[in-house]
Write a protein that binds this ligand. Structure first.
Ligand code: SIN
Length: 282
């Protein structure tokens, strides 16, 4: 079998005909990289990656970010655990977001490997911020040009009032280090970036981590961001990935959003995520 890249509906590409644990020569890597740059989402099936091979694959793309907030794999700090136990209600990543937009140099991408899946459900939805930008109505495109979004993770990973912690089991040992989140400085990025690898334009705000627009009052910023989000969630820009044993999803955090469905209560879902460092965005 030779390496094949197949576009999926409505965006993303499935890479087949390669065992990325053992066959990733320079030509294959270059082909996967080209697909990643073009589509922003590459999907693999039927892989059997050990934790060490997952780390080795991630290192081909850049330095690994050691996650400050997620529980880490007990033997590999590079691997963040994305787990929901049968008795837990909240999942991790259950709202639309892109990883690490709250960093001054946001992550290049995240490589998520299925380890244990529920009998059904737990799909991941992806949205293309390239497609969303390309389809922006002219008036909205003009309105957001030159603006900068303010991003933070304090409200997500920082200390919570006691009543909020009691009403939710989100933390349950899965998310921690609230003290580090409490002292995070807000960062700003353009609302529309020129992607550092593809050179294409992409919308770069997201419902989880964008808390405002630089220089704007809260209410008009909330309204404009709401308008952008509604546009971005048009099903024409989204792809729903159905996980199977051996599946891997690798998304570009600068060109996509994602959201994990939380529709499998009473079952365990466990995935391993490695996030690759990125760069400042312009
Ligand atoms: C994440 O948000 O990184 C996790 C996505 C998922 O669990 O499908």
């Amino acid at each position: 079998m030779s390496l094949t890249i197949t576009k999926v509906a409505h965006f993303g590409a499935e890479v087949s005909g390669i065992d990325i644990a053992t066959e990733l020569d320079d030509d294959s890597f270059a082909a996967i990289r080209a697909a990643f740059v073009e589509h922003g989402l590459v999907l693999f099936r039927d892989q059997a990656l050990s934790e060490e091979q997952h780390i080795a694959f991630a290192r081909r793309w850049g330095a690994i970010n050691i996650n400050r907030f997620f529980a880490a794999h007990p033997r590999h700090a590079e691997i963040a655990l994305v787990v929901k136990e049968p008795w837990q209600q909240d999942n991790i990543g259950g709202g639309w977001h892109t990883d690490h937009s709250y960093d001054a140099e946001p992550a290049l991408g995240s490589i998520l490997v299925a380890r244990e899946l529920p009998p059904s459900g737990g799909n991941t939805l992806f949205a293309s911020m390239y497609a969303a930008y390309d389809a922006l109505p002219a008036q909205l495109r003009r309105a957001i040009e030159g603006l900068r979004g303010v991003h933070s993770a304090r409200h997500i990973f920082g200390s919570k009032p006691v009543e909020e912690i009691e009403a939710s089991d989100t933390r349950s040992g899965r998310v921690g280090n609230a003290a580090a989140a409490d002292v995070l400085e807000d960062v700003v990025h353009p609302l529309v970036i020129t992607h550092p690898l593809s050179g294409k334009r992409a919308i770069y705000v997201n419902p989880a981590f964008t808390i405002g627009i630089a220089g704007w009052e809260a209410e008009p910023a909330r309204q404009l961001l709401g308008e952008i989000y509604e546009h971005c969630l048009n099903p024409r820009f989204t792809h729903e990935f159905v996980w199977r044993s051996g599946s891997i999803a690798f998304w570009d955090n600068r060109a996509t959003w994602h959201s994990a469905r939380n529709d499998y209560h009473g079952h365990r879902r466990a995935l391993h995520r490695i996030t690759v460092e990125g760069q400042a965005l312009h």
